[in-house]
Ligand binder design. Structure first.
Ligand SMILES: Cc1ncc(COP(=O)(O)O)c(C=O)c1O
Length: 397
């Protein structure tokens, strides 16, 4: 039977990591892998996570099973950070998940359970895992153009017409902030326009919120999606702590649902738990336990927030340095998060790698957090050399 399986394409990013490590050049730059890097090129463990982990080693008395909902205290403590004053109280429920990916999978399966054959509208380009994950969960994926990477602008007209054309009950994937791969987020007027359509047409928003705090700041990054949440009766939120707590491999996230009534929230919770049970039985505990210890402790929370603010400031300093180095990159300062996606000509990514030792995804997505402020000029010169800088007219403000 196993002979019937088809070979799967190799993971492009893993091949990129390998090629980068094997490259002997001392001045090589890794802008490929989507993790935060500090000024020394490291992806450090947060001080607060280290402190929480020490406490866990000392104080944890058991590793006995939790339920399929995972660490519900963690899920509760995260709520004020995610929802702030827009928390819908008893109409909101949620469970702990293995990262944002697990949260998205659970959300997708919940939609399919509630409405077999449901569709989800997805703006492109998008995180490459979105469409296959949704299809694997049984959703029909309908795509529309979200960003024009030549002009580096949101394609609001296409987005609005996709939403206007959606059927009542369709789901819509919305990125909370720091769009991966383009960095192009909705401004508040655009969030309001989306909120109005989604509510009027009876669509179900699924908010992918994987980078809170890495765009404009913890609170500012949440303002937009909360406008949608306020406008609708039902919504799903897939949250990741893997980036903003730096616990990537510990797989830490949560999926929340706003239901029409408190009673339906109870039923949603039961369904989320049942779906978790058949997927992973219960989520991995360690990352969520460390995050919980931080959020239970005012001093550790302060330290986490200050380290996160520092990361956010560094990403924005890199954006500003690139914009200063060449005004054709000025658009970077109106975008947010770690990523940008240039419309690179054919062969340019390969030439950047072979001739300049600069590694990025084949799509032209760059992780700006992989760059040091002092290397902005080097990157701009290399981009110019392979004709990968945008034409200034195309990206004019
Ligand atoms: C847009 C987006 N959503 C979700 C995720 C999933 O994050 P996690 O690593 O927590 O599963 C990622 C990870 O890169 C992402 O970029």
């Amino acid at each position: 039977m196993l002979d019937h399986l088809q070979p799967q394409p190799p993971d492009g990013l893993l091949a990129l990591i390998r090629a980068f490590h094997e490259d002997p050049r001392a001045d090589k730059l890794d802008l490929g892998v989507g993790v935060y890097r500090d000024e020394s090129g490291n992806t450090p463990v947060f001080r607060a996570i280290k402190a929480a982990e020490r406490r866990l080693v000392e104080e944890q008395t058991t590793k006995a099973y939790l339920g399929p909902e995972g660490d519900m205290r963690f899920v509760e403590l995260l709520r004020p950070i995610v929802f702030g004053a827009c928390d819908p109280g008893a109409r909101l429920t949620g469970v702990h998940s293995p990262g944002g990916t697990g949260a998205l999978r659970l959300a997708a399966e919940l939609i399919v359970t509630a409405r077999p054959g449901a569709r989800i509208h997805l703006g492109l380009p998008s995180w490459p895992n979105h469409a296959p994950l949704f299809r694997a969960a049984g959703l029909e994926v309908v795509t529309y153009p979200y960003v024009d990477i030549v002009t580096q602008r949101l394609d609001l007209t296409s987005m609005m017409s996709a939403l206007e054309g959606a059927k009542a009950g369709d789901a819509v994937l919305l990125n909370g902030c720091c769009h991966n791969p383009t960095g192009v987020d909705l401004d508040l007027d655009q969030w309001d326009a989306v909120a109005e359509i989604v509510a009027r047409r009876g669509l179900l928003p699924l908010i992918d919120f994987a980078y809170q705090g890495l765009g404009r700041g913890l609170e500012a990054d949440a303002v937009g999606f909360r406008r949608v949440l306020d406008a609708v009766d039902e919504a799903l939120i897939a949250y990741s702590c893997d980036k903003n707590f730096g616990v990537y491999r510990d797989r830490t996230g949560a999926v929340y649902a706003k239901a029409r009534h408190a009673e339906s929230a109870e039923i949603v919770l039961g369904n989320l738990a049942a779906l978790a049970r058949v997927n992973w039985s219960m989520p991995p505990d360690h990352g969520a336990a460390a995050v919980r210890l931080i959020l239970e402790d005012a001093e550790l929370t302060r330290d986490w927030r200050s380290e996160l603010d520092g990361m956010c400031a560094r990403i924005n300093a890199v954006r500003a340095a690139l914009a200063r180095a060449d005004d054709r990159l000025a658009f970077l300062t109106r975008q947010s998060g770690m990523f940008c996606n240039l419309a690179v000509p054919k062969g340019a990514v390969e030439r950047l790698r072979s001739e300049h030792g600069i590694y990025m995804a084949g799509s032209g997505r760059m992780n700006l957090a992989g760059l040091q402020v002092g290397d902005a000029g080097t990157l701009v010169a290399a981009l110019a050399d392979v004709a990968a800088l945008p034409a200034s007219r195309a990206v004019a403000a």
